[in-house]
Design a protein around this ligand. Structure first.
Ligand SMILES: Cc1ncc(COP(=O)(O)O)c(C=O)c1O
Length: 426
């Protein structure tokens, strides 16, 4: 892969001029003096997302309560509307997807639905490197069922930099009832082999759920071929839905007959929802897992951005993402490793997600120095600067410039002027 890249200022310009997705950048609110490489945390606003949001505001202004019924009940049934746009991105049937609440709430929803512990099968299998909200949710769910996390939560530890899928399979003992794992690790960008792990879980009659937060919109996913039990994901990272945009939940059709762990009136059958009966009539598709009124203002951005993503196509997005991150790694290898930087993500295309994990002992102060120079990455303890060149809006020229800025920061040691004191969000 590296053989195809060259150093020098002209090369990234050549790549930009030949980028089939290059024109999408104009649809995003990029800034002239800012190199934004934080789309793995919060995707940039697009004109498409903005238009969909303004459209909702207009409808609210003009229609008041009638907003729920305009355009064939679009906003009342907004989850199902968005599910159709999301279905292609995760390779699922639209009726297996609901859009609502936050990722963490959806973890609670998935786990409280599927976790049915018995005296000899009551453990939940997790890992020690997932984003902590998943763990907090799991611990509280086992407590709700009367267990202690230190007994009922089985943690696979990472021996080394990356996980070995076989360690998860080995840990699938008969006492394990449910597994929750991330598809892509938020820090190392490692992709787990979902098929291998999911097949092993199914063979052992263990429920498996996946957190797709760092995968969706970054890598291709085909849930139909995996036949997993449930999945959850956020929509504000690579899907560019906007800060705190409503999250996704996937429920395999096999389970539509089950009752949701957390029921609410929006999970009632549409035909009888407004009869307001005391008995819950569960809607037998993923929307049966909705809880309350759709957060329309937090969903509208997603409408615009999902249409945009589908227009670009996930295959093309993944292919550009692999190429631009490979270019970044090429520049890091050739210019930065001699200054104490290492690449902390897997190198193989099939094993790495959408960001490059750049490690340095002075990572925190360097990340702040980058911000002072107009580069926006983020930092994760103890030493990781996460850099996500995003397929639809980051240019190769920006990647080149960002590495030149990094080189300047470490050569001139400007990061040493920066205090170690941390901001609330890093
Ligand atoms: C793997 C993973 N799950 C969940 C979340 C966040 O959950 P929520 O959207 O509920 O804040 C994150 C946030 O970065 C994440 O990386």
């Amino acid at each position: 892969m590296n053989g195809e890249f060259k150093d020098g200022k002209d090369f990234p310009i050549f790549l930009d001029n030949n980028d089939p997705l290059g024109h999408f950048r104009r649809r995003f609110y990029t800034k002239k003096d800012t190199i934004y490489v934080c789309g793995n945390s919060l995707g940039l606003a697009s004109i498409d997302a903005e238009e969909a949001m303004l459209n909702v505001i207009e409808k609210w202004k003009n229609e008041g309560i009638k907003i729920w019924n305009v355009d064939d009940n679009k906003y009342l049934l907004y989850s199902a509307y968005l599910a159709k746009l999301m279905a292609v991105i995760i390779g699922a049937n639209p009726d297996e997807i609901a859009i609502s609440d936050s990722t963490t709430v959806n973890i609670h929803q998935g786990v409280s639905t599927f976790y049915k512990p018995t005296s000899d099968k009551y453990k939940i299998l997790v890992d020690d490197k997932n984003f902590p909200t998943d763990r907090y949710a799991i611990d509280s769910q086992v407590r709700l069922k009367g267990y202690e996390p230190k007994d009922a939560v089985k943690v696979v530890t990472c021996n080394g930099k990356f996980f070995d899928e076989d360690d998860f399979i080995e840990a699938m003992t008969p006492d394990v009832a449910l597994i929750l794992l991330p598809t892509v690790y938020y820090r190392s960008a490692q992709i787990l082999d979902m098929k291998k792990i999911s097949d092993a879980a199914k063979e052992r009659n263990i429920i498996i759920g996946w957190d797709l937060s760092h995968a969706v919109g970054a890598i291709e996913i085909d849930l139909k071929s995996l036949d997993i039990d449930f999945a959850i994901w956020c929509t504000y990272k690579y899907l560019n839905g906007g800060p705190g945009s409503s999250a996704g939940i996937y429920i395999n059709r096999r389970h539509f007959h089950m009752l949701p762990g957390l029921a609410g009136w929006f999970g009632n059958k549409s035909e009888t929802q407004f009869n307001l009966l005391q008995d819950f009539e569960h809607r037998e598709d993923a929307n049966g897992w909705l809880i309350g009124t759709p957060h329309v203002l937090s969903m509208a951005g997603l409408e615009g951005s999902l249409k945009l993503l589908n227009e670009a196509g996930m295959k093309n997005i993944r292919s550009k993402s692999l190429h631009i991150t490979a270019y970044l790694m090429f520049l890091i290898d050739s210019k930065l490793t001699e200054h104490g930087f290492t690449i902390g993500n897997p190198r193989e295309d099939e094993k790495r997600g959408g960001h490059v994990c750049l490690e340095h002992d002075e990572g925190y102060r360097i990340s702040i120095a980058l911000k002072a120079r107009g580069v926006v990455p983020d930092f994760r303890d103890p030493n990781v600067i996460r850099i996500a060149p995003i397929a639809l809006y980051t240019s190769y020229e920006e990647v080149y410039r960002l590495v030149e800025i990094l080189l300047d920061i470490v050569t001139n040691e400007t990061y040493k002027e920066i205090s170690q004191k941390r901001d609330l969000v890093v």
